[in-house]
Design a protein around this ligand. Structure first.
Ligand code: HXC
Length: 527
C-alpha cells in the first residue's frame, strides 16, 4: 500500500472548493449587506438551530435553469435556499433556510423544488420541519415557473398538516402569496425589527385605497402577534427565535404517530397548594388572574404560552404535568371577564385541534360567563367562530380533562370541554357556578311577572337579589351538576395538581378510534 498522506487528489480538492463557493451563496458583498441589515445568513441561522451547529445539507449544488433576462449569467449554487437535516436536542428535524444573499432569497423553480424535496423527506421520515423565511417572494424573472413552485410548496404544507409539526420563522420580508406557506404551517414566529408579512405592501395599499401605512404598521411582528393573530410568538432577535423553536419542539412529538417526549419531572406530583383555595374572589363579579392558577398547578416553570398577546380573554399554551406534555386552554377573567369572542374562539379551536393531531392531552380551566354580546361580534360571525370550539373539542380524541373554576354558563359551558362533548374527566371547584345563565338574568326571566308587579324599584331590586341568590344556591352550584353526573368530582382547589396528575396518568392509555358509518372524507369544521 502506498502512503497517500500529504497527497490530495484533485477530485477532493475540487469538491472542497465547490463547497466553499456554495457556502458563500450570493457572495461576500451580499453577505456583508445581510450582516449590515442586522441579519444572520441562512447557514449561520442553521448553525444556531442544529445541535453543535452540525447538519447534513441536501442539494447544495442545485442551480436554477432560467434563461430569460440574462439569468444564465446569474447563478449560485443552492439557488438561494439551504435545506438540511440534523438533530435538535437529540431529535431529528428537517430545516429550510432561505438565503437572501442570492437574488433576495426569491423563489424560482429549483429553489421551490429543493423546499418541496426537503418537506417530502420530513414527511416520509416523520420529523418536524422548520422553515426560516427570508425572501423577496416569487422570482420575477421566472414568471409562472415561480408560481408553480409556490403552489407545490403549499401543496406539501397541506400534505404534511397534522402529520408532522411545521414551524415557520419569519426573519425578513414575507409578502404576497409567499405568506401562505407560513400561514399553512402550525406556528409562526416573527423576529422584531427585521420581519414583516402582508399580502399587499404599502405601495399597493396607497395606490389602491389611498391609505398611508408603513411596512411595520401594516404587517410587523407586533401587529400580527396582537391584532391579526397570524403570529404566535415574537422574538426580539434571531437567536431568541431559534430558542423559541427549540422550546416548542421540546413539547411536541416528531409526528402524529408518536407521543410527545416525557421529561424527568422536576416538581412534586403530590404538591398541595393552599393558596389555590383563595385565588377566586368571594365576590363572583370580581376578576382574578388565571395565570396564577395555571402556574400553581403545572410543573414549575413549564408553562409556555402560545398567542400570548392575541385574544387575551383566552389563554392557550403548553406545559408539563409530572413530566408529561399537555396543552392548556383557559379563560382569563381579567379581559371581558373571560367571555368568548371571535378571536378567542379561533385561538382556542386552533390550539385544541393542534393538540389533538399530535397526541397532546388537553386540560381546560373554565371561568366563562358566556359569549361577548353586541353587533360588532354578531355581525362578524361569532356564531360561526364559536362553533369552531364545539367542533374542535367534540372531534378531539386525546385525553381531555376539564376543571370548572368558577363560571360555566350556557353555550360557553358546553363548548369549553364539557362532558357532553366527550371530556374524559371533569372536576369542579366548590366556587363553580354552572347553569344556563347567570343567577340575576335567570331570576329576571323566571320571575318576570312577579317582579313587574312590584312598583317600588328599591323593593323590586331587593326581591330580584333574593331570587337570584336562591337560583344560585339551588341550580347554579356544582352540586346540582354533580347530582346528574355531569362532573365527576368536586375538589378542593389546593388538591388540583395531584388530582390532575393522577387523572392524566390514568387516561394515558386511552385510545379512541372513531369509525362511524357512512364513511366521510373529512368533517366540515365551520370556517
Ligand atoms: C427577483 C429579487 C426579488 C424577486 C428581491 N430580489 N426580490 N429578484 N425576484 N422577487 C433581488 C433584488 O433585485 C436584489 O438583487 C436582491 O434581491 C436584494 O434585494 P434588495 O432590493 O437589494 O434588498 P432590500 O433593499 O432589502 O429589499 C428587499 C425587498 C425588495 C423589499 C424584498 O427587493 C423588493 O421589493 N423586492 C420585490 C418584491 C416583490 O415584488 N416580489 C414579488 C411579490 S409577489 P441585486 O441584483 O440588486 O442584488 C409574490 C407572489 C407570490 O411573491 C405568489 C405565490 C402564490
Amino acid at each position: 500500500m502506498s502512503d497517500l498522506s500529504g497527497y490530495e487528489r484533485s477530485e477532493i480538492r475540487k469538491l472542497r472548493e465547490m463547497m466553499e463557493i456554495a457556502k458563500l451563496g450570493g457572495g461576500v458583498e451580499a453577505i456583508n449587506k445581510q450582516h449590515a441589515a442586522g441579519k444572520l445568513t441562512a447557514r449561520e441561522r442553521l448553525e444556531l438551530l442544529f445541535d453543535g451547529g452540525r447538519f447534513i445539507e441536501i442539494d447544495m449544488f442545485v442551480t436554477h435553469r432560467a434563461t430569460e433576462f440574462d439569468m444564465s449569467e446569474r447563478k449560485a449554487y443552492g439557488d438561494g435556499v439551504v435545506t438540511a437535516f440534523g438533530k435538535v436536542d437529540g431529535r431529528n428535524i428537517v430545516a429550510i433556510a432561505q438565503d437572501f444573499t442570492f437574488m433576495g432569497g426569491s423563489v424560482g423553480e429549483m429553489h421551490a423544488a429543493k423546499i418541496v424535496k426537503a418537506m417530502q423527506y420530513a414527511l416520509s421520515v416523520g420529523v418536524p420541519v422548520v422553515f426560516l423565511n427570508d425572501s423577496g417572494g416569487a422570482r420575477i424573472q421566472e414568471g409562472v415557473d415561480s408560481l408553480r413552485g409556490y403552489g407545490e410548496i403549499f401543496y406539501m404544507n397541506v400534505a404534511a398538516s397534522g402529520a408532522i409539526p411545521q414551524i415557520a420563522v419569519i426573519m425578513g420580508p414575507c409578502a404576497g402569496g409567499a405568506v401562505y406557506s407560513p400561514a399553512l404551517m402550525d406556528f409562526i414566529i416573527m423576529v422584531d425589527k427585521i420581519s414583516y408579512m402582508f399580502i399587499t405592501g404599502p405601495r399597493v395599499v396607497k395606490a389602491a385605497i389611498g391609505e398611508e401605512v408603513t411596512e411595520m404598521e401594516l404587517g410587523g411582528p407586533e401587529v400580527h402577534a396582537s391584532k391579526s393573530g397570524v403570529a404566535h410568538f415574537v422574538a426580539s432577535n434571531e437567536k431568541e427565535a431559534i430558542e423559541i423553536v427549540k422550546k416548542l419542539l421540546s413539547y411536541l412529538p416528531s409526528n402524529s404517530m408518536e407521543l410527545p417526549p416525557r421529561v424527568q419531572p422536576m416538581d412534586d406530583p403530590e404538591r398541595i397548594d393552599t393558596a389555590l383555595n383563595n385565588v377566586v374572589p368571594e365576590d363572583s363579579s370580581k376578576p382574578y388572574n388565571m395565570y396564577e392558577i395555571i402556574e400553581r398547578v403545572v410543573d414549575r416553570n413549564t408553562f409556555f404560552e402560545v398567542h400570548r398577546d392575541f385574544a387575551k380573554n383566552a389563554i392557550v399554551g403548553f406545559a408539563r404535568l409530572n413530566g408529561y406534555s399537555i396543552g392548556i386552554v383557559a379563560n382569563q377573567p381579567l379581559y371581558y371577564m373571560g367571555a368568548l369572542d371571535i378571536d378567542s374562539s379561533d385561538k382556542i379551536a386552533r390550539f385544541v385541534r393542534f393538540c389533538d393531531a399530535f397526541n397532546i392531552p388537553i386540560i381546560t380551566f373554565v371561568d366563562v360567563p358566556g359569549f361577548v354580546p353586541g353587533t360588532f361580534q354578531e355581525h362578524r360571525g361569532i356564531i360561526r367562530h364559536g362553533a369552531k370550539i364545539i367542533y374542535a373539542y367534540s372531534e378531539a380524541t386525546v385525553p381531555k380533562i376539564t376543571v370548572i373554576v368558577r363560571k360555566a354558563y350556557g353555550g360557553a359551558y358546553i363548548a369549553l370541554g364539557s362532558r357532553h362533548l366527550g371530556a374524559d374527566f371533569v372536576v369542579a371547584w366548590p366556587t363553580a357556578e354552572i347553569a344556563v345563565m347567570g343567577p340575576e338574568a335567570a331570576a329576571e326571566v323566571i320571575w318576570r311577572k312577579k317582579l313587574q308587579s312590584i312598583e317600588d324599584p328599591v323593593k323590586r331590586e331587593e326581591l330580584l337579589k333574593k331570587l337570584a341568590e336562591e337560583y344560585r344556591e339551588r341550580i347554579a352550584t356544582p352540586y346540582y351538576a354533580a347530582s346528574r353526573g355531569y362532573i365527576d368530582a368536586i375538589i378542593e382547589p389546593s388538591h388540583t395538581r395531584p388530582i390532575l396528575i393522577k387523572a392524566l396518568e390514568f387516561l394515558m392509555t386511552k385510545r379512541e378510534i372513531r369509525i362511524r358509518p357512512p364513511p366521510r372524507k373529512h368533517g366540515l369544521i365551520p370556517l
